[in-house]
Design a protein around this ligand. Structure first.
Ligand SMILES: [Zn+2]
Length: 188
């Protein structure tokens, strides 16, 4: 499998941050550069992320590139044949199997770029993210700006909504907060 990619060195890049930190924009930037170089690019996202569109990876500034929604991580290798670069958005929502999938893709010469929330709204590491970050060659942590004080924000504070981690937000549901403001907000 993927022997046609053997001329490339596979590796894993992880882009993490809070809501409104520009993770998806950074993922799209890297994928666009690969496309300009005529590399074969495929983008996946979990089917749970249906905020805006079924077929596009869309960031909050509406910079979109086509993507394939998948139910489980096991579908990704089946759809990655003959692909040079695999991008995965909202990777935190995948099952734990995503870690092994990314490793196998990279072992077989694929450049794997994943983007996701590193922490949930409680500030706890999110699903498969710790293992992905530990096993990647490159980890980029991007930051939002704290809406209360203007410092760098790395927390996604929930303003409304139920107890489900899978709820995803535009601006009315979450706000990016720095460490100090997040700790204050938790006491409110
Ligand atoms: Zn702050």
């Amino acid at each position: 499998m993927f022997l046609e990619n053997a001329k490339y060195n596979g590796y894993i890049e992880v882009i993490v941050g809070s809501m409104f930190s520009g993770k998806t924009e950074e993922l799209i930037r890297r994928l666009r550069r690969a496309k300009i170089a005529h590399q074969r690019v495929e983008i996946f996202k979990p089917k749970v992320d249906t905020r805006y569109s079924e077929v596009d990876v869309i960031s909050h500034d509406a910079t979109a590139i086509p993507s394939t929604p998948v139910e489980t991580s096991s579908q990704i290798p089946l759809l990655s044949h003959n692909i040079d670069v695999v991008g995965i958005d909202e990777v935190q929502f995948f099952d734990a199997g995503i870690v092994e999938i990314c490793r196998t893709l990279a072992d077989n010469g694929v450049r794997v770029i994943v983007a996701g929330l590193d922490m949930d709204y409680l500030g706890k590491p999110f699903g498969p993210m710790p293992a992905l970050m530990a096993t990647a060659e490159y980890v980029t942590k991007v930051h939002a700006v704290c809406v209360r004080c203007g410092s760098l924000a790395h927390h996604s504070h929930r303003l409304s909504g139920g107890a489900k981690l899978v709820e995803l937000g535009a601006g009315d549901t979450y706000e990016p907060l720095c460490r100090n403001c997040f700790n204050k907000a938790k006491k409110e």
